[in-house]
Design a protein around this ligand. Sequence first.
Ligand code: 4AD
Length: 451
Amino acid sequence: GRSWTKIGDLDDAAEGRSVLIRGATQTIRPVSKKMAFVVLRQSMGTVQCVLVANPDTGVSTQMVRFATSLSKESIVDVEGVVSLPKEPLKATTQQVEVQVRKIYCINRAIPTLPINLEDAARSEAEFEKAEQAGEKLVRVGQDTRLNYRAIDLRTPANQAIFRIQCQVENKFREFLLSKDFVGIHTPKLISGSSEGGAAVFKLLYNGQPACLAQSPQLYKQMAICGGYERVFEVGPVFRAENSNTHRHLCEFVGLDAEMEIKEHYFEVCDIIDGLFVSIFKHLTENCKKELETINRQYPFEPLQYLEKTLKLTYEEGIQMLKEAGIEIEPMGDLNTEAEKKLGRLVKEKYGTDFFILYRYPLAVRPFYTMPCEEIISGAQRIHTPELLAKRATECGIDVSTISAYIESFSYGAPPHGGFGVGLERVVMLFCALNNIRKTSMFPRDPQRLVP
Ligand code: 4AD
């Protein structure tokens, strides 16, 4: 095949070279019958292509006319020569131009798209500035964006967000593999709920009542019973959440791990600590371009974390809140407000956005949690069938629906613990985005099943 150059790779080292590029027509600006500018975009890169009718280069006035007749967002191939611009280019990421020799339209977009990409890519600050200047710009709402996600995904910030997501997932695997974890896949069609509670999608499985897995929880523990000392899974998790919040989805990507505990559940904390610090470091050091791109549309302060993650007991957390005038029931759960407030207090005192809150009250944790031994969004688990059955019953779970799970612990099961975190939540946290729908490519929430 021919040799293609990525638009994002075009720089002044390519001056004078003939290149072949493909991109979407972002803007088309006729100057005269003999001249036009076309900005082409490919993922996060944009470049200005210049058409000048000239018998010496073989560019005709028809070709210029053809280029200016293209609709925005059409896919075109350009053959041309890289040149340096006379002045710095403000509208493109690449600081070179391509002097077009040939241009081919591969597929036309409809003349008017349902959302305007330029508007969709603007930051709030730009809107405010324009408003003050008396200009009228159209804000593209979250719902409209999601309705036309195939267009919305083309904004630079969105191009960056899902590249960041991919890096988080990759680093999660890489780190755990380096610690001797084995990647597994557990069923998503299951016979009973795995996290308890009402947030479960019910369905019929060959006529039998069944549900979509709310987590790989019971199965990753059974893998431990099955002699795998350390396992992890990256897979879909289904929650029939009926709350419309900025941080709940009905389907998300679960990053889960489970491991044998030799002496103390802090072994799990150490994995969480090493894992997240490695993810944060990787993003900070190797994803600068993506983070800058997100920052341009959604400005944020970089996430602060410590080389060794801070561990606070639940009691210490409650105490900090109390000193700030917020009373929490000693055995109750932290609501979102309290959680946020504690986050701010910890940041002031310890200079970190990321910390482990442990020794969570048992009453607010799922049945399979070992009494008294808690880890942020994970815990040490019960490994004896008697206690497990007792706690399940206390939590109102019909033990007959999970008998195979409970029995697994009577065949010889080591002490173990683990954790789970939502991929979308990690990206949301790291980039301080205000809505989880921004970090899910095709989000599923109580109102949305399409696209
Ligand atoms: O806290 P959760 O419910 O814990 C479990 O599922 C356990 N089985 C995990 C474990 O190993 N102990 O969910 C785990 C994580 C949360 O911390 C959050 O990051 C994410 O999953 N999460 C959601 N993300 C998006 N939308 C939702 N509705 C979520 N519910 C939980």
